[in-house]
Design a binder for this molecule. Structure first.
Ligand code: PGA
Length: 252
């Protein structure tokens, strides 16, 4: 049986109440007839309540872009998995390359955040990906393996039953430079095989999303690849018509 498709928007640090309202209204209405594709938006923390109010009962799920590795306590400025679950979040992005490079999140911290999300009915979307220099030095697989293995070792392979992986080559994020379907497929197959070493069934079922300059114009050819199960969409998720087209392109 084919894996179900999943498209998630990552708004990053964009939006305000008024803009979000019209964007969400247009997306809800654009995807209302969609079948066999799950769609979600990962919004900035302050707008999760707005998403919850507007999206409850719709086809669009909502989530966050980060979570604390701690469950509660004296961690000023942090937001726990319980708090996100309390606001109805179904998803949380962990290990986005912007968190890793701009905010110093190590593989270990990413793995702890991944584990914190589990068991709180929050599905982590674990991002992995290489820099351009790493790709040019033929280190893509080595980097992806390291990023995955730290999480597998800390959280256990069973955790991947309830999670999503997103391959996001750093050189393709926000650059307009998308990986070719072939380049992305190669890495997606590598990720699936790496998980299969631990558990073949989990590997077969896990959704592996591609992220990095996905647009309405290139989504379909990416989603046609056998190991690409959907997308994590940054810039294009802020434009309703683009995001809706990408969700529609995920429908087989
Ligand atoms: P992009 O971002 O689609 O704007 O390249 C993707 C992401 O960072 O998740």
């Amino acid at each position: 049986m084919a894996r179900a498709r999943f498209v998630a928007g990552n708004w990053k640090m964009h939006g305000n109440l008024a803009q979000n309202q019209s964007l969400l209204e247009m997306v809800i209405s654009g995807i209302r007839t969609l079948q066999d594709v799950s769609c979600a938006v990962c919004v900035p923390y302050p707008y999760i309540s707005q998403a919850q109010l507007m999206l409850k009962g719709s086809h669009l799920a909502w989530g966050a872009q980060n979570v604390s590795q701690y469950h509660q306590g004296a961690y000023t400025g942090e937001v726990s998995a319980d708090m996100l679950a309390d606001l109805g979040c179904q998803y949380v992005i962990v290990g986005h390359s912007e968190r890793r490079t701009l905010f110093g999140e190590t593989d270990q911290v990413v793995a702890e955040k991944f584990r914190a999300a589990l068991g709180r009915s929050l599905m982590p979307i674990l991002c992995v990906g290489e820099t351009l220099a790493q790709r040019e030095q033929d280190e893509t697989e080595k980097i992806i393996a390291r990023q995955l293995d730290v999480v597998i070792n800390l959280a256990g392979i069973d955790a991947f039953k309830e999670s999503v992986v997103a391959y996001e080559p750093i050189w393709a994020i926000g650059t307009g430079k998308t990986a070719t379907p072939h380049q992305a497929q190669e890495v997606h197959a590598y990720i699936r095989n790496r998980i299969a070493v631990h558990d073949r069934k989990i590997a077969e079922n896990i959704q592996i999303l591609y992220g990095g300059s996905v647009k309405a114009s290139n989504a379909r050819e990416l989603f046609e690849m056998p190991d690409i199960d959907g997308g994590l969409i940054g810039g294009a998720s802020l434009v309703a018509a683009e995001f809706v087209s990408i969700c529609l392109a995920a429908q087989s």
